[in-house]
Design a protein around this ligand. Structure first.
Ligand code: ATP
Ligand code: MG
Length: 448
């Protein structure tokens, strides 16, 4: 039993003896255990001892021929509690140390990574908002420091680029001013050119108009002369004696005079209309739309253009065909504007056929055909020639202002461009069909 002394954890060892106790009547018995022996011997314990906070009691029954009972082992738990308390303390100290270490690492990380990164983020946001005074002042020596250096360099570069851009903006704005100025000058020049184009076409017309006025004037002169002669005859008749006078002849002569005066008035009015037309053509302000006899207008400008050209160049000759749709009636338009378009198409056509004739390499009959047609809601005026046609290479340029193939000084190149604008202003369409070596046909489409 000495091993109990050798191990402080063992408090006691005890042997219990089981006895059978009969009741008084001796008909029932019960088992009773008593302490047989305990070591150390000074320990006094009861057979019913159980485990408590400071003691663990283990019991093992035994039975032999001599006796039966149980062995009790008592373990002292103080040592275990002490070890538990020690482990608890140690773990608290270790946890605190780990926590402190963690906090230190956290602070260090915050100081070297998070704070600079956040500062970089804020600076980058402000740079994004346009504030370029966002340099990082205390640059570190680690990777974050390299990032900060790169950031500072970026700000420098940005500043330089912004300054350069600002300078370019100033330069651009100056160029813009100059361009605006040039634009205004160009607009003025354009207006002047339009005016000179009008005057040029007026010049083209003048010869034709002179020819046109000459014709009614000849009638007026001839009928006046004839009327004077007739009046002389009437006077002569009247100076005769009453019985010799031929009253029937007198009446006939007076009727002739009257007819002649009507003709003089008619041709006088024709000359008047021609002069009025010329004045209208030279007017600079844009005019009002009015119901216009298209066929009359086309015919008038054809004759004016032809005689105008013939007056300048006696050798010029062309066959003129007209095919007018009589059902057209009057169409709302600015007559002098549409007249200018028709005139330009006709002069272009005459120029083209004349060019072809001057090449002289084939028997050639210059021909111009002027057609009017009513197609549904539109009327079409077509000017067709059998000149050389327009080469495909320049076809898309002919409506551009100042495009001309005429020798310098002979054309402004504004004719078709103005024609295009006028027709567009009438909500119509100007188109061209052409075949090289065969001729060209322009169509003016106008809404009714
Ligand atoms: N009927 C045509 N046949 C062949 N080429 C034509 C014809 N009409 C126009 N062109 C071509 O289109 C060009 C431009 O014509 P546009 O009427 O605009 O100017 P222009 O006749 O040259 O000059 P301007 O009308 O001022 O006298 C002409 O130079 C010519 O090359
Ligand atoms: Mg022209």
């Amino acid at each position: 039993m000495e091993f109990v002394k050798g191990d402080p954890r063992l408090q006691f060892i005890s042997m219990l003896q089981s006895d059978t106790i009969w009741n008084k009547k001796h008909d029932k018995f019960q088992l009773k255990q008593t302490v047989f022996k305990t070591f150390p011997e000074n320990q006094h314990l009861s057979a019913a001892i159980t485990s408590n906070d400071s003691l663990i009691v283990k019991k093992a029954d035994f039975s032999t021929g001599m006796m039966s009972g149980a062995i009790l082992l008592g373990f002292n738990t103080n040592g275990i509690e002490a070890s538990k308390a020690k482990i608890k303390h140690t773990s608290i100290i270790v946890s605190t140390l780990v926590l402190l270490f963690g906090i230190l690492i956290g602070l260090w990380l915050a100081r070297t990574i998070s704070i600079p990164v956040l500062a970089l983020r804020d600076a980058a946001r402000k740079v994004g908002e346009g504030d370029l005074n966002q340099k990082i002042k205390r640059v570190q020596k680690n990777e974050i420091g390299q990032l900060e250096k790169a950031f500072n360099k970026m700000i420098d570069d940005l500043e330089k680029t912004t300054n350069a851009l600002n300078e370019k903006n100033v330069a651009l704005s100056n160029t813009n001013d100059t361009l605006n100025h040039t634009m205004i000058e160009l607009k003025n020049t354009h207006a002047q050119l339009i005016q000179s184009e009008k005057m040029a076409s007026l010049g083209e017309l003048t010869a034709g108009i002179a020819h046109e006025i000459q014709n009614p004037l000849n009638f007026v002169n001839n009928f006046s002369e004839v009327s004077m002669e007739l009046i002389e005859e009437v006077k002569e008749e009247r100076s005769k004696k009453q019985e010799e006078r031929d009253e029937i002849l007198e009446v006939e002569l007076l009727e002739d005079i009257s007819r002649n005066l009507a003709k003089i008035t008619h041709h006088g009015k024709r000359a008047d209309a021609i002069v009025k037309g010329m004045l209208q053509h030279s007017r600079t302000t844009s005019s009002e739309k009015e119901p216009t006899d298209i066929n009359g207008l086309a015919d008038e400008y054809l004759r004016l253009a032809y005689h105008g050209l013939r007056a300048k160049d006696k050798s010029f000759n062309a066959t003129l065909n007209t095919d007018f749709d009589k059902t057209i009636g009057k169409v709302n338009m600015v007559p002098q504007d549409i007249g200018r378009v028709v005139l330009n198409l006709i002069t272009n056509a005459f120029y083209a056929v004349d060019e072809r004739k001057k090449q002289g390499c084939e028997p050639f009959e210059p021909t111009l055909t002027l057609t009017t047609r009513k197609k549904g809601d539109t009327i079409v005026i077509s000017v067709k020639d059998n000149g050389n046609g327009i080469p495909q290479s320049i076809l898309d340029k002919i409506f551009q202002p100042f495009f001309t193939t005429k020798p310098t000084g002979q054309g402004t190149g504004l004719g078709l461009s103005l024609a295009y604008d006028i027709i567009a202003a009438h909500e119509g369409r100007l188109s061209v069909e052409t075949k090289e070596g065969e001729g060209t046909e322009f169509h003016i489409e106008l809404p009714v």
